[in-house]
Design a binder for this molecule. Structure first.
Ligand code: GLN
Length: 193
C-alpha cells in the first residue's frame, strides 16, 4: 500500500503534536487551512481545541462544503476531542450556532465529564495488545449514544471513548499528547490510497 498523505486541520487547537506523531510514523502531514490544501491530502486529522471556534473558522475559510464533500466521498478522518464533536451526528450542550458534519452516528455532550474531573487520565485496554493506552482527557466530550453501525473500540466506565464507523475514527481523548502512537497507527491502517 502507498503511504497516504494525512493532512491535519490547522485552523485552531492542538494540531502541531498530531503532525509530529504522523511524521514519526513516516507520514507526510501537511497543515490544512484552505480548500486547495484539502484537495492535496488522502486523509485528515481534526484535532482537539475548541469546537465552537473551529466550526466558525471552517465557515470563514470556506472549508465547510469542501470537507463535507470529502466526508461524503469516504475520506478517512481521525477526529480527537473537539474533532470528535465536529464529526458527530448530534451535539448536546453545543452552542446554537455550532454545526457538526454528521459523519459518525454518535451523540456527544460537550464538556460532558463535568467540572470536577474536567481533565483526567485513564488506561484503555486496546484489542490485540497486553499494554493499555494511557489516554489524556481534557474537557472531553462524553459519548451518550452510539448507533448500531458504530464500532466501540475502547470504553472508560462503560462510556465509549474510541469509536469507528467506516472511514471515520473518533477519540474523546488526546492521543497526540503521549509518545504511544498506536491510535494513529490504527487510523492509518483504515486509509485506502
Ligand atoms: N471542550 C472542547 C470543545 O467543546 C473540546 C476540548 C478539547 O478538544 N480538548 O470543543
Amino acid at each position: 500500500m502507498a503511504t497516504p498523505v494525512v493532512g491535519v486541520l490547522a485552523l485552531q487547537g492542538a494540531f502541531a503534536k498530531h503532525i509530529e506523531t504522523l511524521n514519526s510514523l513516516g507520514v507526510d502531514a501537511p497543515e490544512v487551512r484552505l480548500e486547495r490544501e484539502l484537495d492535496t491530502v488522502d486523509a485528515l486529522v481534526i484535532p482537539g481545541g475548541e469546537s465552537t471556534t473551529m466550526s466558525k473558522m471552517l465557515d470563514l475559510n470556506g472549508l465547510r462544503d469542501p470537507l463535507a464533500k470529502r466526508l461524503a466521498d469516504g475520506m478517512g478522518v481521525l477526529g480527537t476531542c473537539a474533532g470528535m464533536i465536529l464529526l458527530a451526528a448530534e451535539v448536546l450542550d453545543g452552542r446554537p450556532d455550532q454545526k457538526s458534519f454528521n459523519a459518525i452516528d454518535i451523540a456527544v455532550r460537550r464538556n460532558g465529564y463535568g467540572r470536577q474531573i474536567d481533565s483526567f487520565e485513564a488506561d484503555l485496554p486496546l484489542e490485540g495488545s497486553d499494554d493499555p493506552f494511557r489516554a489524556v482527557f481534557i474537557r472531553a466530550p462524553k459519548v451518550e449514544k452510539a448507533g448500531p453501525g458504530v464500532d466501540v473500540l475502547a470504553e472508560v466506565a462503560d462510556v465509549p471513548v474510541l469509536c469507528r464507523q467506516g472511514s471515520i475514527t473518533v477519540a474523546s481523548f488526546h492521543p497526540e499528547l503521549t509518545a504511544d502512537n498506536r491510535i494513529h497507527k490504527g487510523f492509518l491502517a483504515t486509509i485506502d490510497v
